[in-house]
Design a protein around this ligand. Structure first.
Ligand code: TYD
Length: 145
């Protein structure tokens, strides 16, 4: 009888929200993250998305290698993650939530609130080569995983 081989490539079960430390203080709260301690990769780059006009969508693509943590530093937005089989929506609305997204998953950022600020902590330097920008290409890659 043939063995059922489960794909080792990321699916939705490998996407999760990390509760980052929150130091409460009457002077205001403080959160932080360190690679190796709170997130499962070494940090190579951070970027942030802001001044998003109402109704706009960011980040409609997948990465071949990049691992990332997405944080709503201010305001709120939703991240829709798609593994080629199913989609799941994660609502980010606390500055101590970090959404971990491994590579080869399609993800979109939607429903940005006014003045929201999205921070993305990345495991790689910027490389256009790492992007899968066409959904059809993404679907093909997922079929052959
Ligand atoms: P892109 O990642 O396509 O934005 P989104 O995540 O919303 O899809 O990036 C938009 C543009 O910014 C694109 O031309 C590449 C450029 N860019 C950099 O030069 N460096 C970076 O670190 C990032 C994230 C983007």
């Amino acid at each position: 009888m043939g063995k059922v081989i489960k794909s080792m490539k990321p699916d939705l079960s490998s996407v999760f929200i990390i509760n980052l430390p929150k130091i409460e203080d009457v002077r205001g709260n403080l959160s932080f993250l360190e690679d190796g301690e709170h997130i499962p990769f070494e940090i190579k780059r951070t970027y942030w998305i802001y001044d998003v006009p109402g109704g706009q969508i960011r980040g409609g693509h997948a990465f071949k290698v990049q691992k990332e943590l997405i944080i709503a530093l201010s305001g709120s937005f939703d991240v829709i993650v798609d593994d080629g089989q199913e989609k799941k929506t994660f609502s980010l609305n606390r500055s101590y939530y970090g959404l971990y997204v491994p590579p080869t998953l399609w993800r979109e950022m939607v429903n940005f609130s006014t003045n929201s600020l999205a921070l993305v902590v990345s495991s790689t330097s910027y490389s256009e080569e790492d992007y899968i920008r066409e959904y059809q290409d993404f679907k093909k890659i997922k079929e052959y995983e």
